[in-house]
Design a protein around this ligand. Sequence first.
Ligand code: BYC
Length: 311
Amino acid sequence: MNATHEKLREEFDAYVAEDKKIEPKDWMPDGYRKTLIRQISQHAHSEVVGMLPESNWITRAPSLQRKAILLAKVQDEAGHGLYLYSAAETLGVDRADLIADLLSGKARYSSIFNYPTLTWADMGAIGWLVDGAAIMNQVPLCRCSYGPYARAMTRVCREESFHQRQGYSIMMELMKGTEDQKAMAQDSLNRWWWPSLMMFGPSDKHSTHSSQNMKWNIKRFSNDELRQRMVDMTVPQAELIGLKIPDSDLKWNNETGHYDFGEIDWEEFNNVLSGNGPCNKERLEARNKAHDDGAWVREAASAYAEKKSKK
Ligand code: BYC
């Protein structure tokens, strides 16, 4: 590192430590740029792949109202993907390259979207738990040091809050229903509980990016801190409507003021991350097919843009 570079780095660290925002044209360390491109693009891919398990249920929603709500939610997720790809592009990358990495299987997206949606109750569990976990993780990102990402998160979080409520409302409705409906809701919670806790990432001990990203004010809380908050928030919600969290080690701890909970199956998490989850292959095939089927739209849009710029 030469003297000028070292000085820039010191100024950057001091600026971030004062909780100020970094904007696209500001000087930033290569590592900061790189980690943001990684995180924002993974986040964008998660939104886009996240549409797949739910869109699977749009035609089978049990009423016109539920169909309209689910349709709006899935459209919101497409919108989130677009804001996030735009935020990533402010760091000097090309969206087409990011998407190519998703389609080839090189880039990551959230582990949660590699699980199947087997029943209508899964729309409830996803909204309640998956969007619930997303809010828990993303509200602190509204204060992230990188301006374009923080601003995108503000709008995303407002929409996620509606998503979470609609999911809980589906679970509430089912728990007021027949024995079969209650069993369907419980089965769904049993399948989605642990994968939702895995969304927060590896334990702090095994998290590779946390320590540096917390110094840079990208991350405000560690993976384990946010996971604990999620458990503390969700257990009373489950109890209120008569659902049982599938964890025999779960119990309130008076001393810590938090729930103690069982160990996550990290082998399952690592398996999903290495591409061997229940739906990894299916999700990538569906995204590749959608991309290929949409080629004519991109070609038409580019031809129109070129024609307009010539005029
Ligand atoms: N799944 O050092 P760590 C949504 C990777 S979308 C897959 O702790 P970091 C929604 C991690 O990338 C939800 N990979 O990493 C959409 C890293 O690998 P690389 C997505 C995971 O970045 C539609 C390695 O493990 N939300 O909410 O400090 C419908 C080591 O981890 C996962 C976001 O993307 C995982 N669960 O922390 C409904 C939020 N966890 O890159 C809902 C933004 C970890 O070194 N992202 N990995 O190969 C973040 O806040 C952080 O990136 C994470 C991970 C907390 C996810």
